[in-house]
Ligand binder design. Sequence first.
Ligand SMILES: Nc1ncnc2c1ncn2[C@@H]1O[C@H](COP(=O)(O)OP(=O)(O)OP(=O)(O)O)[C@@H](O)[C@H]1O
Ligand SMILES: [Mg+2]
Length: 396
Amino acid sequence: MNDSNVIDSSVLQRQGPLAAYQARLASGELRFDPDQERVVKSFNQLWMQLGNLPPRRSAPRPGLLTGLLRRVKPEPQVKRPRGLYLVGRVGRGKTMLMDLFFECVPLQRKERIHFLRFMQDVHKTLYDMKRSHPNMADPIPPLAKNIASRVDLLCFDEFQINDIADAMILGRLFEALFAEGVIIVTTSNTVPGELFQNRPGADAFKPFIAIIHRELDTVELDSPRDYRRGRQQEQTTWITPADSQAKKCLDEIFEKYAAGQEARPYTIQLSGRTFEVDQAAGSVARFSFTSLCEQPRGPGDYIALAKQFPVILIDDVRVIGDEETNLARRFITVIDALYDNGNLLFVSAEASPDELFTTGEGADAFARTASRLAEMGSESWLERGAQAARAAHSAL
Ligand SMILES: Nc1ncnc2c1ncn2[C@@H]1O[C@H](COP(=O)(O)OP(=O)(O)OP(=O)(O)O)[C@@H](O)[C@H]1O
Ligand SMILES: [Mg+2]
């Protein structure tokens, strides 16, 4: 943990994002970047507006989506500031800047959540509501009311629309959240106008894009550099080619994190289904690329895996064909889940991350995955991940 992380959050809340950003530049933690500074100024403005917000309801209860069916009192309409939609290419500092802003926001009722995780919660809650109240005509308004009863500000990292089911829920959910006065701030790699485009059902999604334009200011971050690449080290987290030497290397890494436990197949229990791990022991899980990515699995499965095993090994990652867009998307989802959770990842592969999927549909999104994989091989990543693995092991 660096020094700025241990600064009391009340100090940050008084300083605001611009002063906090400047302090990190002065300490050498960050390099000056004029484009980032411009974005921080937008965040600073919103921070000032949020500081002047009149108080809303009290008594938040734990958990963003729990306790849905309790009655929520109507509240008077208050004019809310517009949210922000921060978009830019990979590794430009979007997440870092949004997190800095989030820490500075002087509201109690704020939540920062990875967008995939938020959608998992939404699906689960809708499912539970339908089961316990089969006659409920439309669960989305009460869901939105409940979220609004506990948060004024929702910050999403990596807003993305992956499937039609999410696309259909989100338009109505966001509309209801905005009507309730919730302020949304999000990062994304995709400009609003291109979300879920060129996909079946894209037309039905267009009104949602209009809502985003209406409610959020889009701010682009286009720094000249990918900061992840700057810190890339020569590490053996990504081993090519996937030959017998690479396998031996992964065997050794597995043994290290298995910490004396025997490797065996393992079943992760999920609500209503299971997820089979090829080999697991201690804090490590190991898969072939085929069994991890060539089955119909979704973000919930990969998030559960990431949470349960701090160290993941994948054997024999292969080059993905242009037509294999589902496979590419699944691999992106795996890496997003592991990256967001801070896992250690060791891979044997046919080619480098940059060469795995270069021209098929979704190759742009894959570029972010390659950038992330670079960061997941950096020294600081390995240090943090190893700490988490040790902590998990001592808790076993
Ligand atoms: N000005 C800077 N100086 C030094 N390091 C930086 C700077 N900006 C960002 N970084 C670091 O670069 C890495 C990538 O930044 P970040 O994760 O915020 O990028 P991102 O734009 O969210 O990327 P993605 O689109 O892939 O999510 C982070 O570890 C971050 O702390
Ligand atoms: Mg990010």
